[in-house]
Design a protein around this ligand. Structure first.
Ligand code: NOJ
Length: 556
């Protein structure tokens, strides 16, 4: 930690320019040796993350859960799952992170609970039409005997979005059948969640990443969804909000959501201006996403348009411009993100050289579609571009090691519900959730003291272990450290972007806070301006920037 560093802890507006590091607890570090990461494991490794130079942590769920969806199926919102430790372990983690100057945001999963939650169990035990059932979305079926689902919605994980109970009623689950959707038109649901927010704020958390923030309210009457008809009718009207499923699904993007955010904003502000809400909202275009971060709603929303942009200078420039304009139009900082626990790691994604079906993921069947060396070179360059942009960036654990997607996972090791619900058609997300390599010579590459790991680590990850990269100045880890340190000392997160003229359309060239950033996404080397090269994504000699490289230059 540099002495002149303004710690996120001491800066109420920290979230406007922070670098936030996502920890997926199951796969970060295992303290007790059962092969599953835990809170004590995280605490013991926090110095490495602070040393990396990030401002804050986002912890994916560690709450009581049957773990059917990696903890995004919560059975008790104020309990720590024994798999991950105890509430005391959580307090110790929070204290240690704060001591090291890092903020901590946690994940809140309000769209649905686990079917093991006491609320759902009470609903099952109660009669149709009861207040217990009104906490969820129970409905009678269609057809003569109610044997058809109440509408035609499908689950994001594949298969139907409705399951039927022995008493004949159906319940809605936009995700797995063990993740029943809560009814956010129910006042008790709303006030219980205010209490849950306060429970964690009282313990000292700095904010929340809000899961499926765009899906919590469903259209009145739960109408069928006909995306294609609707899309044809509206054409490509950019004012219409889109999700991955298509335009305006009745189970997403409802206007009443904004009331919820206003209520939540009031709750977090009781604790001061430095407690934040960040929306997980797969919403396009960015002009619509901006509605979520108006001054009295969420503070931030993930910029999935950026994550999904291809390695193409025109597309990236357009996304950067529209992000800054859209978020800026409501006074919010833009966010940037390249990887998380739901997508193919960007070191692999940028190396995909032939078409992969949307949502299929990468696994043994389509492994040939990936050029790993190209992917890593581009990923390093893409990260350098991202970290030079004004606003707040999210990193996903392991990207600082250049980890690729784990492609060769055996079928019987896979755990993602989308793998099961599509009969293996989609590989799902296990490949980006493999336990981290810490020490090359230790059991489970240092992930756990016993050598156990809930998903097998690829043998070639040994060479990527953190201890080896720490002492290699050309490693991806060293690149992240240098970039994060320069980003902080030059305050790039709080800066502003000015595009530079005179570069080909296949390049990104801009200035931020006195730094010139040039990325070459074309096929030919690119002549560089004079100046001191502060950081470069990969080493290169001469005055021209090779393809798939990015460099930060200080004018002399
Ligand atoms: C988004 C989370 O990031 C993902 O991991 C989860 O499966 C779904 N929401 C459902 O909670």
């Amino acid at each position: 930690m540099t002495p002149d560093r303004l710690l996120a802890r001491d800066d109420p507006a920290w979230w406007r320019h922070a670098v936030i590091y996502q920890i997926y607890p199951r796969s970060f570090a295992d303290g007790d040796g059962d092969g599953i990461g835990d809170l004590a494991g995280i605490t013991s490794r926090l110095p490495s993350i602070s040393e990396l130079g990030v401002d804050a942590l986002w912890l994916s769920p560690f709450f009581t859960s049957p773990q059917n969806d990696g903890g995004y199926d919560v059975a008790d919102y104020v309990g720590v799952d024994p798999l991950f430790g105890s509430i005391e372990d959580f307090d110790a983690l929070l204290d240690r992170a704060h001591e090291l100057g890092m903020r901590v945001i946690i994940d809140i999963v309000p769209n649905h609970s686990s079917d093991q939650h006491a609320w759902f169990q009470a609903a099952l035990a109660a009669a149709p039409g009861s207040p217990e059932r009104d906490r969820y979305l129970f409905r009678e079926g269609r057809g003569e005997n109610g044997e058809l689902a109440p509408n035609n919605w499908t689950s994001t994980f594949g298969g139907p979005a409705w399951s039927r109970l022995p008493d004949g009623q159906w319940y809605l689950h936009i995700f797995d059948s063990t993740q029943p959707d809560l009814n956010w038109r129910n006042e008790r649901v709303r006030s219980d969640f205010h209490d849950i927010l306060r429970f964690w704020l009282d313990r000292g958390v700095d904010g929340f990443r809000v899961d499926v923030a765009h899906g919590m309210i469903k259209a009145e009457g739960l109408p069928d969804y006909h995306p294609h008809e609707f899309a044809d009718r509206i054409g490509v009207d950019p004012s219409v909000a889109l999700t991955k499923e298509g335009p305006n699904p009745p189970y997403m993007l409802q206007r009443e959501l904004h009331e919820i955010w206003r209520e939540w904003r009031t709750v977090v502000e009781e604790y001061g201006p430095d407690r934040v809400l960040c929306a997980e909202a797969w919403v396009e275009p960015l002009t619509r996403l901006a509605d979520w971060v108006r001054p009295d709603e969420m503070h931030q929303a993930f910029n999935f348009s950026y994550l999904e942009a291809p390695w193409d200078a025109r597309a990236l420039r357009a996304t950067i411009d529209s992000s800054i304009a859209a978020f800026g139009s409501v006074g919010a900082p833009s966010t940037w993100v390249l990887s998380n626990h739901d997508v193919v790691r960007h070191a692999t994604r940028f190396g995909i050289t032939s078409a992969v079906a949307p949502g299929e993921g990468i696994g043994p069947r389509n492994a040939d579609s990936v050029d790993a060396a190209l992917g890593l070179a581009r990923a390093r360059a893409a990260t350098l571009v991202m970290l030079s942009l004004p606003g707040s960036s999210y990193l996903y654990q392991g990207e600082e090691l250049g980890l690729p997607e784990a492609i060769d996972l055996p079928d019987d090791a896979r755990r993602d519900p989308s793998w099961f619900r599509t009969g293996g058609e989609r590989y799902g997300r296990d490949g980006c959730r493999v336990p981290l390599p810490w020490e090359a010579a230790d059991p489970a590459l240092g992930f756990s003291p016993t050598g156990a790991a809930w998903l097998p680590q690829p043998e070639d990850w040994r060479a990527l272990a953190r201890d080896l990269q720490s002492v290699d100045e050309l490693s991806t880890l060293s690149l992240y450290r240098s970039a994060l340190s320069a980003r902080r000392s030059r305050e790039l997160g709080a800066g502003s972007l000015e595009w530079l003229d005179g570069y080909p359309a296949t390049a990104l060239a801009f200035r931020n806070s006195g730094l010139t950033v040039i990325a070459n996404l074309g096929r030919d080397p690119l002549e560089l301006p004079e100046g001191t090269r502060l950081v470069s994504s990969n080493p290169f000699a001469g005055t021209a920037l090779p393809p798939d490289h990015c460099v930060w230059i200080l004018e002399d």
